[in-house]
Design a protein around this ligand. Structure first.
Ligand SMILES: [Zn+2]
Length: 346
């Protein structure tokens, strides 16, 4: 039977419109890490735990109280904001299933770029993520490599997100598609071996990100903060959400739903995937320190939310959307997170 997973109602802390960066969303609703880290005494001595304690950056939003709201669906996306003073504008891009809705600088039309997407995310824009280091985010880094590898094995997955639950020592892996999740689940115990076999058969087309992530995962050796996750992968300590949702719910929301059923709260510090979170996932999972992509107002992409209300709320609270610059093709891409640096120290 299809399960309905509805997100919490939107009530991110209200921002001054002039503060556009999501980092300023921090507010008194943040709770200290001990709130749920204390549930995992068995892992307290691990390198991973030590790294968390050392960094002291383990912050998360408290889960929202209140009942989920059944949102009215709407395809009538706002084209222009009602608050032009913020210097931002809600802009749609694409059509039909590929329709996306963004919050970008309101002067984007003045750009001399030819393509609309290049106008919206011009070179040098703070909203265009370029290659960056994952130093300080080592757990997310290895989960990203793993996501790339699983995505290569299951190309029809649309997206792969991986999560490490420190309380159980297990890796949660999900795609956007229930039938694919069943396939991932059926081979989870031997997944590490399969990844090794696939690595041996990568083609020239996989040069770049894919082969680099395989190499880092399998050959180069992992950082000490990543050893618990690597051990879980090698041991096949992997769980896959198998709940059938009424839509192709985004992967990270499937993981969050499974954790919720287990009485756990998703910690964004241990979540990574091939793609950056969309605006709906940003809200549904309280990914307050991440850089959301646009909203996909399609039914699966905005499930549980009214797309128009969500974007209006994001706009009014200074949330902006991000895209990535593909450093090989030098093109603006919406469908993956910014690349990790491949330099010698990363
Ligand atoms: Zn999403």
């Amino acid at each position: 039977m299809a399960k309905r997973y509805l997100p919490p109602p939107i009530h991110f802390p209200v921002l001054q419109a002039k503060h556009a960066e999501t980092s300023t969303l921090r507010s008194s609703t943040l709770v200290p890490p001990t709130k749920y880290l204390s549930k995992s005494p068995s892992s307290s001595s691990t390198a991973l735990q030590k790294a968390i304690n050392k960094n002291g950056c383990h912050r998360a939003l408290s889960s929202h109280a209140g009942q989920p709201q059944h949102a009215q669906r709407s395809t009538n996306i706002i084209q222009r904001s009602s608050l032009p003073t913020s210097g931002k504008e809600i802009v749609s891009y694409g059509a039909n299933q590929s329709l996306t809705v963004h919050i970008v600088n309101s002067d984007w039309k003045k750009s001399k770029e030819k393509n609309k997407i290049d106008k919206m995310y011009p070179t040098g824009s703070s909203q265009l993520s370029v290659a960056r280091s994952y130093a300080g985010e080592r757990p997310r880094q290895i989960l990203r490599w793993l996501s790339t590898a699983v995505f290569k094995i299951f190309p029809n997955s649309v997206e792969i997100q991986c999560y490490f639950d420190i309380s159980s020592g297990k890796i949660y892996i999900s795609s956007n598609v229930t039938s694919i999740n069943k396939k991932i689940s059926s081979c989870s115990s031997g997944l590490f071996k399969i990844i090794g076999e696939i690595h041996g058969s990568l083609s020239e087309e996989d040069a770049g990100r894919t082969s680099r992530h395989f190499r880092k995962l399998l050959i180069r050796g992992v950082y000490k903060e990543q050893t618990d996750i690597m051990d879980a992968l090698k041991n096949g300590d992997i769980v896959v959400p198998l709940d059938d949702h009424s839509v192709d719910l985004h992967a990270e929301r499937r993981i969050a739903a499974m954790l919720k059923e287990q009485g756990k709260v998703l910690d964004p510090q241990f979540l990574a995937g091939v793609k950056r979170p969309c605006m709906a996932c940003f809200y549904a999972l309280n990914l307050i320190n991440s850089r959301p992509g646009p909203l996909w107002p399609s039914k699966p992409g905005s499930f549980g939310y009214d797309p128009e209300k969500l974007m209006k709320h994001a706009y009014e609270n200074g949330v902006i959307s991000y895209a990535a610059l593909d450093r090989f093709n030098r093109t603006v891409v919406l469908d993956h997170d910014s690349d990790s640096e491949s330099d010698k120290d990363d």
